[in-house]
Design a protein around this ligand. Structure first.
Ligand code: SAM
Length: 290
């Protein structure tokens, strides 16, 4: 395989690397990393371990979120000079919640070749084993870091008909599920895919309520790396959701009327089932007492 040609522009290879299990490296990825003139890596120390494992000796330059605009321009000039370059991130497929987008855009805009070398990706691995609809899905990357921003994020997606997926860290997995439980119905199906391809790989498909209990009560379920997949609203036709607006309405009504009247009025205004609104009203009153 020729990956470089001194007489014409070089190519940019976007190379996926393992997300845990080193055996998930493809033969083609190894071949490309050996033959390119240069490897642009998110963390050169990290990728050195991978290269060592596969006996790859090559030049490395760093391309991370803090230098990627400047580094990408330099790399574009090298491609123009005929050098071939491989782009890798710390794990999985570059660009997917990882650096690389400015470089790939720059190279495409310059009309040079970008060649994908597919392989591991946490999002796709999780989806493939989740058992939730995959015909239409939306990848959301990492969630906002504050609780209020996360709740707003969930509110926007509460009625989304598609499956949706996000990445989460061990530091925020519980807080994210808690916020989700305040917005989404507790019986919504979700999948928590943890430590994929690694020793402690765990893929749990259950209701949001049970997932919250599981992660809250089991220390191990708050360790490692996570992909969370959420079933779309349409998949469950009986899904009736309490949105933050419904809750706000009840809060206002409960200031003025009895629980019975407040719930009756809320049913009239929102069309949501009485039983559901009653449960929320009880919760609001309980919160007021504490
Ligand atoms: N580019 C990578 C990919 O293709 O999946 C993702 C990089 S992103 C910076 C890292 C996040 O991906 C982690 O915080 C976690 O949410 C998810 N992730 C990466 N490896 C994972 C694994 N082995 N198991 C579960 N989630 C993983």
């Amino acid at each position: 395989m020729t990956v470089s040609n001194v007489n014409c522009y070089g190519k940019l290879y976007v190379v996926a690397t393992p997300i845990g299990n080193l055996a998930d490296m493809t033969f083609r990825a190894v071949d490309v990393l050996k033959k390119v003139d240069l490897i642009a890596a998110e963390d050169t120390r990290h990728v050195k371990m991978l290269l060592q494992h596969y006996g790859i000796i090559n030049k490395l330059v760093s391309l991370h979120q803090y230098n990627e605009d400047k580094a990408s321009s330099v790399l574009l000039e090298k491609l123009r000079a005929g050098q071939s370059i491989a782009l890798v991130s710390d794990a999985g497929t570059p660009l997917l919640s990882d650096p690389g987008m400015p470089l790939v855009k720059m190279v495409k805009d310059a009309d040079l070749d970008v060649v994908p070398i597919p392989g591991a990706c946490a999002l796709v691995a999780a989806l493939s084993a989740a058992g939730l609809p995959v015909t239409q899905f939306s990848f959301e990357g990492f969630l906002p870091r504050t609780s209020s921003a996360r709740k707003a994020f969930f509110s926007e997606r509460v009625m989304a008909p598609k499956t949706w997926i996000f990445y989460e860290s061990c530091h925020r997995i519980l807080a994210s599920l808690q916020d989700m439980a305040e917005v989404l119905p507790l019986d919504r199906q979700i999948v928590i895919a943890r430590e994929l391809t690694k020793l402690h790989e765990t893929i749990v498909k259950t209701s949001l309520g049970s997932a919250l209990e599981l992660v809250g009560q089991n220390d191990n379920m708050r360790k490692g790396e996570f992909v969370v997949i959420v079933d779309g609203a349409v998949a469950n036709k009986n899904d009736e959701v309490i949105t933050p607006e419904h809750k706000k309405l009840l809060q206002v009504l409960l200031k003025e009327c009895s629980i019975k009247t407040a719930v009756a009025m809320a049913v009239e205004i929102t069309g949501v089932r009485k039983k559901l609104l009653y449960q929320v009203a009880l919760k609001i009153n309980k919160e007021k007492e504490t």
